[in-house]
Design a binder for this molecule. Structure first.
Ligand SMILES: [Zn+2]
Length: 418
């Protein structure tokens, strides 16, 4: 008897405790905007999309959506990077959302740096195909505020107009089998994805250009540029025949394919920066993406077909041609870089100019290939916020135009140099 009373009392006590916990949880959840729809109308932040970035999120009591980006980190280094974002907001129709992006305390070359400023832009799209520019606001705490109005129940946000692996596959599908195209597999990424080299034009053309895009996954600009260039060269008109009589172009279109798939910002899956360590032979285990390119370069050199010019395409907020100056005889190199800059200014929308006479960035591909192979190689940064020469934002279309214009640059580059 007494035991059953005590059991009953215990039960009542447990029910009471559970009730209190439930009330506390409900209060806590509503304070965090969890449970039911949030005060601002957000239902979910979906990152299960191609090139979606790692993040976690929470909505505060005022309905502000706080998005915490997750850094990718460099191996054996304090360096870490966030600069890419790409996710889908799912919310009630007509909601006015305020989104605050966090975690831009990057470490770059061992120093703190921020990838955002007052000019940083953001792209939005309802269907993931047509993108528009949205202004952002840098606020205290090195955070970025974006206001988005929902017209449908979902909206994509991205740092730059995305260029995904599926976009590259579509391009390959479009050009495969063309008599002027050769697509070869030159190696694999850390996660086993195939890396390709695309040749446009005849292998025995007098001039050879090598372009690499997407060493850093957030920088989609290079992919749009090479797409514009490839399509222009294959247009089969008088100009394209004139170009391809003088040169052929080799394109490594997506060096850090794993990073693009996973929505990372800078490093490969083993924490290597694919635009560093070019002052020594590439590590086949830690940086197989670079090892693939270097092996290809060596095979080309063995055939007497080393590229005459190599440009590595990047994005930043300066948009300059990076002319790195290692301690070797630079006369010919500087002459050719000057010629290249002049041609870029003349034939494309490029106006940003080159880095100064003291500029060095050791280990970058431009400097490494110049120092170790005597190649005319450089890094071209494309401004990720504004194209001064067009007075317009850098969208995929404007970068494709730059790629088209590069065809004329190379035509004249080989006229004056070879
Ligand atoms: Zn870069």
């Amino acid at each position: 008897m007494s035991s059953s009373i005590s059991t009953c009392c215990n039960l009542q006590r447990r029910i009471a405790v559970c009730g209190i916990i439930a009330v506390v949880l409900t209060l806590a959840m509503s304070a965090c905007g969890m449970g039911g729809s949030s005060p601002g109308g957000l239902e979910y932040v979906n990152t299960s999309i191609e090139n979606g970035c790692p993040l976690y999120w929470e909505t505060d009591s005022a309905g502000v959506v706080n998005i915490y980006l997750v850094y990718d980190q460099e191996r054996s280094s304090p360096n870490r990077a966030n600069g890419h974002w790409h996710f889908q907001l799912q919310a009630s129709k007509a909601a006015d959302l305020t989104i605050v992006l966090h975690n831009f305390d990057n470490v770059w070359n061992g120093k703190m740096g921020s990838p955002i400023n007052d000019r940083t832009i953001c792209f939005v799209s309802e269907d993931g195909k047509r993108w528009q520019v949205l202004a952002t606001e840098k606020i205290e705490g090195n955070r970025l505020r974006v206001r988005a109005q929902m017209r449908r129940e979902s909206l994509y946000l991205a740092r730059l107009e995305p260029y995904r692996v599926s976009d590259l596959e579509r391009l390959k599908q479009e050009i495969r089998g063309h008599r002027l195209v050769e697509i070869s597999h030159i190696g694999h990424t850390v996660e086993g994805r195939e890396l390709e080299m695309i040749r446009i034009g005849q292998a025995d053309a007098p001039g050879r250009v090598l372009l690499r895009a997407r060493a850093h996954p957030w920088e989609s600009g290079g992919n749009w540029v090479v797409q514009g260039l490839i399509r222009r060269l294959l247009r089969d008109d008088e100009d394209s025949r004139r170009y391809l009589a003088r040169y052929c172009v080799y394109v490594m279109p997506m060096a850090n394919k794993d990073g693009v798939v996973r929505g990372w910002t800078r490093f490969n899956m083993l924490g290597k920066d694919l635009n560093r360590n070019w002052d020594e032979p590439a590590d086949p285990c830690l940086a197989p993406e670079n090892f693939a390119l270097e092996s290809w370069l060596q095979a080309m050199a063995a055939k007497g077909k080393r590229p005459h010019l190599m440009i590595d395409l990047h994005n930043d907020d300066g948009g300059k041609l990076h002319v790195s100056r290692p301690g070797i005889d630079l006369d010919e190199y500087l002459q050719r870089m000057e010629a290249l800059e002049g041609l870029l200014r003349k034939w494309t929308w490029f106006t940003e100019g080159s880095t100064g006479s003291n500029y060095r960035n050791p280990g970058t591909i431009g400097e490494g290939l110049l120092e170790r192979y005597g190649m005319i190689a450089c890094v071209l940064e494309l401004n990720a916020n504004w194209i001064a020469g067009l007075k317009d934002y850098p969208c995929g279309k404007n970068w494709e135009l730059f790629g088209e214009q590069l065809c004329e640059v190379f035509f004249h580059y080989f006229e004056s140099n070879h």
